[in-house]
Unconditional design. Structure first.
Lengths: 343, 329
């Protein structure tokens, strides 16, 4: 195994919230001590619901947000230590694809110009050479080069997302943060874009951090998956292990909620009680305890925050009971008659 | 006995500067009391326009419901009702829940006031009674501490709680039909499961007929009794839920099921449906799905199939029903 491309250690991000005229300002911890590594050529899935801190982690990796604590190393170099030209050079090597491509494309700029801009800014090519590069990027993401003169509103959601991907690729990055890249797309288009991302990774040897709110979407790309809840890692494991033998009850409930189109599996769904509490008032002990359906839940869970600890292989979980195997809702589902008859 | 709601040959067209867009084109279905019908399709298939047409919420112009469409509720054609008659039905007999609770709730009024207003719009009750009813309704949709929450503003509630408030408002007059348009799309995965469970329980408890509109086959899998798959303004396949999932027959249904990312299918590549949904201004001639269909032959490009009987209660708009040997393996 080669050395990791991205190393994240004890990453913390605090935001100041509240205030107003008479309110007291307080600090909320959006990300609380997150550590992981991503090997070169690997795809790490980062899954969590809103408020879990997954997007904040993605932004800190690219230094679009400054961490409150902890370090991010990219290819061995601490990214918080660089600025100026060195930061620009670093930015070229890491890119981001957003959920809503219409929000990140200038409506008054043709999509060809949007893809050309970073090429020129980073002085990778100019004039006809730059045009040539744009046309070849369009072909690479499955768009006819005639679309370069179109405006964002003239394209479908799937086509706009392809433009977003071409723009990210335009500077020949090594690492791409995919922030919910298919969440806004229709099912049939989702599959096309996921396959494209997988092809590009294989062809260009890209490394991805794939952020999503549901486990089914990252299944097809990620070799390892991390699950976040209220700013902390709940579990991180090789994909196969996580989907077949989750050790954190939150992972298990997310898995059961993401069964997809299968009536039998939907009936076995674990419906969690309550909602994730606000970041301003994290629960005592294990942050998941108020919603936790674990049969062994006891006073320790209310009092003591469980550390992320190693189970076996590459599997780590932050649950006091993680050494006891959980029921495996997914393994049952695979054998049922849910899929299309033609399979 | 006639069904609770009968939609027959519903067609809705929008005309702006360009050619007319036939967003809904000859949609027919029945809804029985106590039944949940899932209306499933991708963006632009006409599912939301179908729902809005049932409540006559289509703005005219640019929209127009074709004169030979019939929407029968309680023995009357909704499309022929006078405005006061329509108001008696809309919201009271047939209610709707929308996708985005944030944009449907008034940010400057407490949720209690908004629910009470809805109650008073349809029922001759005092302010106090309406208030009391608001608390009852919040309790019904399982909002904890309803008597305190009733005084809160929408921004003080989470997305899941806001959607519960929207459901409470829709149920305020005990409607016979509830139309829920992507009620869980904007919510987190674990909250989605809660809201679906709530809708299913309420539907049973109140004996309502429910139309659940969604792009997600996983959503209808657990809760609908029957499913209608829409594409290009038409219903392409209609079947009891179990039958649809066990034996998807239209190539589009089959492809949709295969294209959905699944946690139990580790295959790297997802089967895709090539191309994109055509615009409503230019539906393909013949079968509307044929340009994207892997089974298509000459017949499909010329003649549009009707909804053909595949099995009892299972109808499919595809020539494969009459020529099954054409299906490719």
């Amino acid at each position: 195994m080669t050395s990791p491309l991205v190393e994240v250690e004890h990453l913390v991000k605090e935001f100041r919230a509240g205030g107003g005229l008479f309110g007291r300002r307080r600090t909320v911890r959006a990300v609380d001590g997150v550590s992981f590594v991503i090997a070169r050529g690997e795809t790490l899935g980062l899954v969590g619901e809103s408020g879990s801190g997954k997007t904040t982690v993605g932004r800190m990796l690219l230094r679009l947000l400054q961490p409150t604590g902890g370090t991010v190393r990219f290819d061995g170099a601490d990214i918080s230590a660089v600025d100026g030209a060195a930061l620009r050079a670093l930015r070229r090597r890491m890119q981001i694809v957003f959920q809503d491509p219409s929000g990140s494309l200038n409506p008054r700029m043709t999509v060809g110009a949007a893809v050309r801009e970073p090429i020129v800014v980073h002085k990778l090519a100019k004039g006809v050479d730059a045009d040539e590069r744009v046309a070849s990027l369009f072909r690479e993401v499955g768009l006819d080069p005639s679309y370069t003169s179109a405006y964002p509103h003239e394209l479908s959601g799937g086509q706009r997302q392809r433009v977003g991907i071409a723009r990210a690729l335009s500077v020949e990055p090594e690492f791409i943060v995919l922030d919910e890249p298919v969440s806004a797309l229709d099912v049939s288009v989702q599959a096309q874009v996921l396959n494209l991302l997988s092809d590009l990774r294989d062809r260009r040897g890209l490394t991805y951090l794939f952020i999503a709110h549901d486990l089914a979407v990252v299944r097809h790309l990620a070799s390892r998956v991390a699950v976040m809840y209220l700013g902390k890692l709940a579990e991180i494991a090789p994909a196969e292990t996580l989907y077949e033998r989750p050790r954190h009850p939150y992972t298990a409930s997310l898995l059961s909620a993401a069964v997809g189109p299968d009536p039998a599996a939907v009936k076995r769904r674990i419906v969690l009680e309550g909602e994730a509490p606000g970041l301003g008032r994290p629960p005592s002990g294990c942050v998941f305890h108020p919603r936790c359906p674990h049969p062994l839940k006891d006073t320790r869970c209310f009092e003591e925050s469980p550390a992320l600890h190693k189970i076996e292989g590459g599997q780590w979980a932050a649950c006091h009971w993680a050494d006891e195997p959980l029921g495996t809702p997914v393994a049952d589902a695979s054998g049922s008659a849910g899929g299309p008859a033609a399979e | 006995m006639s069904p609770l709601l009968r939609v027959q040959q519903l067609s809705t067209t929008f005309t702006t500067s360009g050619p007319p867009a036939r967003a809904v084109d000859g949609v027919s279905f029945d809804l029985e009391a106590g039944e949940t019908l899932g209306l499933v399709g991708e963006s632009g298939c006409g599912k939301t326009v179908t729902a809005l047409s049932i409540l006559r919420l289509i703005e005219t112009p640019p929209g127009e419901i074709s004169p030979d469409s019939v929407i029968e509720y309680d023995g009357a054609d909704i499309l022929k009702l006078s405005p006061p008659e329509l108001r008696r039905i809309r919201g009271a007999e047939i209610a709707m829940v929308f996708q985005e609770p944030t944009t449907s709730l008034n940010p400057v009024l407490t949720v209690g006031t908004q629910i009470a207003e809805t109650v008073r719009a349809h029922r001759p009750v005092s302010r106090d009674e309406a208030r009391h009813r608001a608390v009852e309704l919040l309790d019904l949709v399982r909002i904890p501490e309803a008597d305190r929450r009733v005084h809160q503003y929408p921004h003080e509630l989470s997305g899941g709680m806001q959607q519960r408030v929207m459901i409470a408002m829709a149920l305020s007059c005990e409607p016979k039909v509830l139309i829920a348009d992507e009620p869980t799309t904007a919510l987190d995965v674990t909250i989605q499961a809660q809201i679906l469970e709530l809708l299913a329980d309420l539907q049973r408890q109140l004996g309502m007929g429910m139309i659940l509109i969604t792009h997600d086959l996983g959503v209808v899998a657990g809760i609908a009794d029957r499913v209608a798959i829409m594409y290009g303004g038409q219903i392409l396949e209609q079947a009891p839920t179990e039958a649809l999932f066990a034996q998807p027959t239209h190539p589009y249904t089959e492809a949709l099921l295969r294209a959905a990312p699944r946690i139990d299918a580790p295959s790297e590549r997802l089967p895709v449906i090539p191309g994109t949904v055509p615009p409503a201004t230019a539906w393909p001639v013949g079968c509307r799905f044929h340009p994207r269909c892997r089974h298509q032959w000459e017949h499909c490009t010329g003649a549009m199939p009707d909804l053909l009987q595949q099995a009892p209660h299972h109808r499919v708009r595809c020539w494969l029903v009459t020529e099954p040997h054409r299906r490719k393996g």
